[in-house]
Design a protein around this ligand. Structure first.
Ligand code: TNX
Length: 516
């Protein structure tokens, strides 16, 4: 364990993700009791909750002179010259704390930083609830810093999802992408298509229990996240990964017969059929309902791993989904295949034969300007992705060999898959999103998302043991500039942070790469 002796070292070693600028000052401020001032009641409540997690309690304990924590809206806050909407300045002196930011996102980020500084001191032998004097000026590198979570292969309900929102927020991440539909189940009530959850929500992998979010639960979850400045991005995965849909609605299959329930973990076998009369009305109903239920600007329509469909038909689905979502006022998001990385190859086009091949070759590009593509598969030719970027697509980077937190840490790890790589903590830390795809302009990169698929993760403890500590590594890769990142510093900060996980009862994997 790294021993931190001075106030300055504690401060510098505590914050994840590493801030842009941190200047230690002189002296220490006791924070066991605080008086909180904030621009509005919601911000005050959330800041009070975050501080309480570090032992800094608004009002109490009795007999302790409270320190003043003031949150102020201030456009001049943050690193010099910054116009980043999430920027903040945190100032701790022996007289009190000020968090300044142009909006609630920055104010909460500043309080999250303060929470870590207090936690770090508290974790020392004889540590008290206090913070060393410091000025932190900070802003994120990328606008999209997220976690993609599969709630289909195993079901995670509202309680678990709120815990995940809190976890994501504590590392200043701001997107929670929920993979809500797949072969094994349908996890979101769709008012116009009630059989989706009525018939296809009950199961999960290997006979595990299913479940789904009602429209009301989905709204409440989004509101819970939105208060914390986290946007929920729902994913309806089409035109593959659709066995739950074809089980509920037989009209979506060529025979008209519903497919059987599926509780295995194979991928790529199920599909919609663009030429069936029921298909387009189904997609319009579902995507329009989901767009209407979504508070944030984005809806993800999947598009991954459709291994049993030709390029022309696939491109038709990609265009249709984008048009429906655009028409409903949302920005479409899709997996990278939508750029044609798996379907634009000449072999696939030739295999279609005749008119279909010509149609595919003549096709306008499938991806519209502004559509967000999520990069995950590092194996295919990157040329279609670079072309999509030049045509106006945006990119969220989730490289499976770095950011897939369902990958085993090591070959003998009891949970997880291993098709992409073994992903130890250091692997999830040491990569640069801007240097992943040769030729992709950095200006096309919207951000970074960790992803966790749940084929082997049956409950919250399983899930958190895969997220922690690696989610903190991906969060730092999304927030901090390359010159602010350092593996030795990070592994020391993770060890400090783990005291908070232990106190809060969060399960984590004690990788030997950290001196816990
Ligand atoms: C690939 S990544 C998938 C998922 C699996 C995951 C397991 C992606 C877009 N699709 O269907 O759950 O691998 O790691």
């Amino acid at each position: 364990m790294t021993t931190v002796s001075s106030g300055a070292a504690v401060a510098a070693d505590a914050v994840i993700p590493a801030p842009v600028d941190l200047e230690p000052g002189e002296g220490v401020l006791g924070l066991a009791a605080v008086t909180l001032h904030a621009p509005d009641a919601v911000t005050a409540r959330l800041a009070g909750e975050l501080l309480a997690e570090a032992g800094a309690v608004v009002g109490g304990p009795a007999g302790t002179a409270p320190a003043t924590v003031t949150l102020v809206t201030d456009p001049a806050a943050g690193p010099a010259g910054s116009d980043n909407p999430e920027r903040y300045t945190l100032t701790v002196t022996t007289d009190g704390v000020t968090v300044a930011a142009p909006g609630r996102a920055g104010l909460l980020h500043g309080v999250r930083t303060l929470r870590q500084l207090v936690n770090a001191r508290r974790g020392r032998p004889g540590g008290a609830v206090e913070a060393g004097a410091v000025v932190v000026r900070d802003e994120p590198r990328y606008a999209w810093r997220g976690l993609s979570l599969d709630v289909v292969r195993h079901w995670f309900g509202p309680d678990d999802l709120r815990a995940v929102v809190d976890l994501v927020g504590s590392y200043k991440m701001n997107r929670l992408h929920l993979h809500l539909t797949d072969d094994q189940g349908w996890r979101l009530e769709i008012p116009s298509r009630p059989a989706l959850t009525g018939k296809s929500s009950q199961g999960a992998v290997d006979g595990a229990p299913g479940g789904y979010l009602t429209a009301e639960e989905f709204r409440a979850l989004q509101e819970y996240a939105a208060e914390r400045e986290i946007v929920v991005v729902p994913e309806i995965d089409v035109p593959g990964h659709v066995n739950a849909a074809t089980h509920a609605y037989g009209e979506l299959t060529p025979s008209g017969e519903p497919t059987d329930v599926y509780d295995g973990i194979e991928v790529g076998f199920s599909r919609l059929h663009l030429d069936l009369p029921a298909t387009e009305p189904f997609l319009r109903d579902v995507l329009t309902d989901v767009a209407g239920m979504t508070l944030g600007p984005w809806v993800h329509f999947g598009g991954d791993e459709v291994l049993v469909m030709g390029a022309a038909e696939y491109g038709g689905f990609v265009r249709l989904c984008q048009d429906v979502l655009r028409g409903a006022g949302k920005t479409p998001v899709a997996w990278q295949e939508a750029a044609g990385s798996a379907h634009g190859d000449q072999d696939a086009v030739a295999a279609l034969g005749g008119d279909a091949a010509q149609e595919a070759a003549d096709d306008e590009p499938s991806v519209r300007p502004g559509t967000v593509l999520q990069y995950w598969d590092t194996r295919p030719d990157p040329a279609p992705l670079v072309r999509a970027a030049h045509a106006g697509a945006r990119f969220v980077m989730s490289p499976a060999d770095r950011a897939y937190l369902d990958m085993k840490y090591t070959p003998d790890h009891p949970l997880g898959l291993e098709w992409a790589a073994f992903v130890e903590l250091r692997d999830s830390y040491e990569w640069d999103p801007a240097r992943l795809v040769t030729g992709l302009p950095e200006s096309a990169i919207e951000g970074v998302s960790a992803a966790v698929w749940t084929e082997t993760l049956a409950n919250r403890a399983d899930l958190f043991s895969m997220l922690l500590p690696r989610l903190a590594a991906v969060a730092e890769t999304a927030w901090s500039r390359p010159d602010a990142k350092d593996w030795e510093s990070f592994r020391a900060r993770v060890a400090v942070e783990a005291a908070a996980w232990r106190r809060e009862g969060a399960v984590y994997h004690p990788t030997p790469q950290v001196d816990w």
